[in-house]
Design a binder for this molecule. Sequence first.
Ligand code: ATP
Length: 612
Amino acid sequence: MSRGMGGPGMRGGFMTEEEKAAAPKVTWPLVKRVLSWLKPYRLQMVIVLIAIALSSVLSIMPSVLTGRIIDEGLIARNMQALVTLIILSLAVTLGSNLIGVLESWLNTWIAQHIVFDMRNQMYRKLQSMSQRFFTTNNQGDIITRMTSDIDGVRQVITSTFTSIISNVITLIVALIAMFQKNWVLALLGIVIVPLFTLPTRKAGKTRWALTRESQECNDEINGILNETLSVSGQLLVKLFNKEDVEYEKYVAANEKMIQLNIKESMAGRWFRVVITTISSVGPMLLYLVGGILMMKYDSSITVGDISVLVALLGRMYGPVNSLLNIQVDWLRAMAMFTRIFDYYDMPVEIQNPENPVHLTDPHGNIRFDHVYFYYDEDRMILNDVDFELAEGNSVAIVGPSGSGKSTTVNLIPRLYDVVDGRVTFDGIDVRDIDLSDLRDNVGIVTQETYLFNGTILENLLYAKPDATQEEIEDACRKANIHDFIAAQPDGYNTMVGNRGLKLSGGEKQRLSIARVLLKDPTVMIFDEATSSLDSISENAIQEAIDPLIDSRTSILIAHRLSTILHADEILVLKDGHIVERGKHKDLVELGGVYTELYNTQFAKAKELDTQA
Ligand code: ATP
């Protein structure tokens, strides 16, 4: 806990223009909401309050005892009183510190538990957010909320709240003690303290500005490191031969940082000079006025009294300085809470219905009933998409890039909800079905394969944690990847690397097919990757997919002719409209969009087709 000159951390006392502009309105509901997080720990908080009060009072005692040590011990030349008072003073200091330890421990405990609660709730909340949220928001921002903002709360609890209380108590006790000794000198003290804390604030401000600048510089350096030392960033740097350029950028930022650090530490040095000089003026003034009073007017003042007053004065600078910063600390804390609460309050776009229908006997009949959809209101992506897929059948969706194929299939497991019309599963609107039932029954092999950094086995088990070795191998055989895995020195325990980057594109795809197969969904969706794979990889994937299409209800976003040929129906999508539909033969003869796709996209496959 920080109760030093600058309040909670040196950064405490000042706000940036941005912060001032974004300062939240502190309303009663907001305060109440903040307090509601503290509520479960109110008993502990009461103990903390008592401990703070006790330790603050005790910490003032030695200053008061100093006076008696001087008067009753030293000046009166009373050895016994001297020793007793010294022991008492030491005991009080020890007591105050021991209580301080208890208080810090409890305080940290409370803060950590509140952070624990907040983090968990935030993680749950973020998980409930829709795909739209994650595609729209910056990943860095999301992580910052989870980490820095919530960590800020910990700081607020361990430092701001407690320092306010302890400072107020210390000040009150010190003032009472001062007035008891001598009211004239006490009044002088009251005038001196604020007078001398203000200039230190000014010095602090300069240093704070430098700290901020160096923080920004630090962010810049982190940015460079993050971008250029990540797997994909490093690849880009290498491929474009930018090592030297990046190195120079890094050196420049690093140099700026060094300059700032030197400046900052020197500003700190001057700051200390100012503080020590100023804080020595106060006691001198008290000695002077006290001396005049003692020698010329009021003989009842003792040397001890004056020493006590000087010691108490020294104890007042810190709390006064901190309390001058309270408003800023308070606003900053509230801003942090507001940012966190904003996240908690974000509407959840895709929710489980109130009375969900459970899929007890799923068949996988899918119907798109005049579906309209957009991501942003000003641009319709799907226009009156209407088709049906009966159990056991398969439909291939083809169309130019960006025509809305992936969007269409994403509506089935409710990654997004339709804007108009409806998507049904076994005749039930997907929005009425229990979300986890729905997603259990729909498996998507996405265009981009995501694997966690772990072993092949761990990645597969993600789909079905209790899968047996046979089930796993069976799925991998079907996905045409078992032989590859078995040939690895570590077999199923082979590490896939960061995001699976140690595997080839084709291997990753087959692995993700195996993963979906393990999940064993009623409806299977393949969003075939557009990225060209070599023909051996393509064949391997093809061999994996073909039997699956024949054996289960499936939707294929197809770029390869052989996949398309396996489908029972082909839908041709263009600009979000189904412009043609039917069998391959009929569509080719139509001479429309499909024919064009056939002539261009499927050209390579077409050659093979005609050869066959
Ligand atoms: P491809 O064959 O290239 O994968 P696609 O037919 O699957 O294309 P979609 O991914 O469905 O096309 O995208 C349809 C349109 O919607 C595109 O124009 C795309 O720019 C837009 N789009 C896709 N995702 C989003 C999103 N999250 N937010 C806004 N617009 C999006």
